[in-house]
Design a binder for this molecule. Structure first.
Ligand SMILES: [Zn+2]
Length: 439
């Protein structure tokens, strides 16, 4: 399946790192194997799951423990009664439970741990609310109370690499990368790489990412990609995760401090005059005041219009008062639209991938207009925003202290990767030894 020689040894080396877990649902719900929990968690002593979280949980000998799984079409009430609870107890327990969870949203397959007294009274319910939180319902005299218990967890890191035979997705899957991480990997490179055209057989990928483990090692949640690398036709693209000071969100940066994301161009047209701003104005044709949800550029008919950023053409056709119209989806957040064009750029049609700066059409006066111009709109999460004041939280290039700060993060990440790699070489045949506990 893979090419021979050095390539193969690379695969062998990395293949031992990660147990094959390609399905997210199964990763979430399936305990890790014995040896992986033993090697990665390093619990001080063997403790069972049932007594892990609950210092105040009843002593095992006085109680009967049951695991309950909600069946299809079953409500929590029925499930509790089925498992042996008195109707009145189940009702009161659910009441308490409702403080932390909408019980009508409960889904088939949801598991709960239930404790009954030796006399058969419903005593305690535990349900995982999310990765870090457990809902606990406890009996108090004849009623029930509920609270949330925060569950301890730790972050480990993993390293994987491989050779692309067909697609990055399949190559990453073969190395045991969970789907959610692969999707993230593709997303962070999507500003640099045209995945439909630029991937060749023999290209390589490398990834270093985090994974959250519950203290008992039974639950796993995939975390952030800290570093990713693609080698495309011999050319390396490295991305490091970093949150610049003063920014709310982490971003991915090349070694030179350039954000992987590129800002949208504010003016997707050259040599044009801004003729109408974003905001309230008197509509030139309809006569009444209305919100102008874009900006207009006045330019001679036939002036080229460029794609404001990389993306996929969602529409390139007549659209009512907009006339000849193009809409580009740049990513999950941004779209841009271009209206009143005289004609479309070469090859511009629905589904086509465009690069920032590519000509997508030409200025015209189609649709409901008084004169030739480009009407340009930027959509952010589904609503129009002012392109002139838009602050895309990226597209930045770090400089001076910000760059130095980033280079420290980079060096730290590189060091962690080197450690992970040397660990693999030392323990090539031991699964999961590439996991390193983060400081
Ligand atoms: Zn306009």
């Amino acid at each position: 399946m893979f090419s021979e020689g050095d390539d193969e040894s690379l695969i062998m080396e990395t293949a031992s790192e990660i147990p094959a877990q390609t399905n997210i649902a199964s990763v979430e719900n399936t305990p890790l194997t014995e040896e992986s929990s033993a090697t990665t968690i390093q619990l001080e002593e063997e403790i069972s799951a049932s007594d892990l979280y609950a210092d105040n949980s009843p002593a095992a000998e006085e109680y009967i423990f049951k695991e309950l799984t909600i069946k299809r079409g079953q409500g929590l009430m029925d499930a509790l009664v089925d498992s042996g609870a008195e109707r009145r107890d189940a009702f009161n327990a659910i009441n308490a439970f409702s403080d932390h969870f909408n019980v009508r949203r409960i889904q088939a397959g949801q598991k709960m741990d239930i404790a009954y007294t030796a006399q058969g009274d419903l005593s305690r319910i535990e349900m995982q609310k999310d990765f870090d939180n457990l809902i606990v319902v406890e009996r108090t005299d004849n009623d029930y109370t509920s609270h949330i218990e925060e569950l301890p967890s730790q972050i480990i890191t993993r390293h994987a690499s491989g050779i692309i035979e067909d697609s990055l997705f399949l190559a990453a899957q073969r190395q045991g990368l969970p789907q959610v991480v692969i999707v993230d990997l593709i997303r962070i490179f999507s500003y640099d790489v045209d995945f439909q055209r630029e991937i060749r057989k023999g290209d390589q990928f490398e990834i270093f990412y985090e994974r959250k483990l519950s203290e008992d090692g039974r639950r796993v949640q995939e975390g952030n990609i800290l570093f990713a690398k693609l080698v495309l036709s011999g050319k390396e693209i490295n991305l490091y995760r970093h949150t610049p000071e003063g920014e709310d969100f982490a971003d991915y940066f090349h070694e030179d401090g350039q954000s992987s994301k590129r800002a949208l161009m504010k003016t997707p047209i050259e040599g044009a005059r801004l003729s109408s701003y974003y905001g309230n104005r008197r509509h030139p044709v309809l006569g009444y005041n209305r919100m102008h949800k874009g900006i207009d550029f006045s330019a001679p008919t036939g002036t080229p219009i460029m794609a404001a950023g990389d993306g996929v053409v969602e529409r390139a056709s007549w659209y009512g008062s907009f006339g000849n119209y193009v809409r580009i989806r740049h990513n999950g957040t941004y779209k841009t639209i271009y209206a009143h064009m005289s004609k479309y750029g070469r090859g511009i049609k629905k589904g086509v991938r465009v690069k920032q700066g590519q000509i997508i059409g030409y200025v015209g006066a189609t649709g409901r207009v008084t004169g030739r111009h480009l009407h340009y709109e930027v959509y952010m999460n589904g609503t129009q925003v002012n392109p002139l004041t838009l602050k895309i939280p990226s597209g930045i290039k770090l400089a001076d202290e910000a760059l130095e700060e980033f280079h420290l993060v980079m060096a730290n990440t590189n060091q962690q990767i080197a450690q992970a790699k040397s660990h693999i070489l030392l323990t090539q045949n031991t699964p999961d030894m590439s996991d390193t506990i983060s400081p």
